[in-house]
Design a protein around this ligand. Sequence first.
Ligand code: NAP
Length: 326
Amino acid sequence: MRTVLLDGFGGPEVLRVAEAPRPKPGPGQIRVRVRASALNRGDTVQRSGGYPLPPGVTNPGLGIEVAGEVEACGSGVTTLKPGQRVFGLVAGGGYAEACLMEEGMAVLMPDGWSFVEAAATPEAFITAHESLVELGGLRAGQSVLIHAGGSGIGTACIQVARAVGARPFAIVGSEEKRRRCLELGAEGAVLRSEGNFAREVLTLTGGAGVDVVEDFVGGAALDRNLSVLKFGGCLLLVGLLDGMSADLDLRQVVMRRLQLKGMALRPLSPEQRVAVTRRFSERWLPELAAGRVRPIIDSTFPLERVADAHRRMESNASFGKIVLEL
Ligand SMILES: NC(=O)c1ccc[n+]([C@@H]2O[C@H](COP(=O)([O-])OP(=O)(O)OC[C@H]3O[C@@H](n4cnc5c(N)ncnc54)[C@H](OP(=O)(O)O)[C@@H]3O)[C@@H](O)[C@H]2O)c1
């Protein structure tokens, strides 16, 4: 089968399409004939050598979300059979014609869905749900600031926030992304080049600030993120695009009763990963199937152009998900 290998760590040029044997499903696993696999920002970090794999993750291949048909079932698999159309998160190796998936991670594709849509869904909507709803407790009437509003995850967060009745505000890198975030449901959007996003967000919220911040920036934005939170607000640290550490004046956390919560999907235990997948399916699959929320597709690339797909992601020009088609 065709797969993507790394010629060492580095830029997109280290990505190489090569032949490899099809993996054999172990107990409780299925092999998926991959039809589409979506990119995630973490893939580019892994490619560059900056992403230490969490303990227990043994598949170093790139690609953590796929859609395709069940091709083979390992021993003990009872809920799936060959030919069914499934999508979901995998431990790695998704940039390939076939990859292994734990039975409990597979979600049946809604009728009428394309493989591209299905592959673009799980990481974005699971992350949005787990962070905003489960950790952040976001609910109707509350406001939320979403960094990188045009990212794959950000576009899901804007829709999830709207769907729970909250008021999303976004930070973006261009006028075009601002327009598209507003179309998607953001109540306001701020250009990150405008300097002090905190001042802009306070203006947009009539000085009130927000209940929750969904942050993908990390250290460089910490002070400003805390300053836009209302009393008792919650900062969700979900990505570290700019700064893995920061000085923090703890007084504002104490005096304003703020909460800081962190989240990553990949280090979760197999049982926790199945649980987050189930929560996503129960809450969002009906909404997705009915078209009330949807994955936003920026572009698709054939597997052979995987390096161009990574270049597009790293250009920061994409709006929504970039998907490899096989
Ligand atoms: N914790 C988890 O479980 C989890 C799961 C999935 C993803 N994530 C995180 O979620 C974030 C988005 O991932 P994705 O795959 O959706 O990314 P993506 O589609 O590649 O979008 C990332 C966007 O972030 C903005 N950006 C880039 N560098 C930035 C910087 N230094 N400061 C501020 N904004 C910057 C750019 O948009 P603009 O130019 O428009 O600002 C870029 O297009 C990443 O940080 C990723 O690590 C976390």
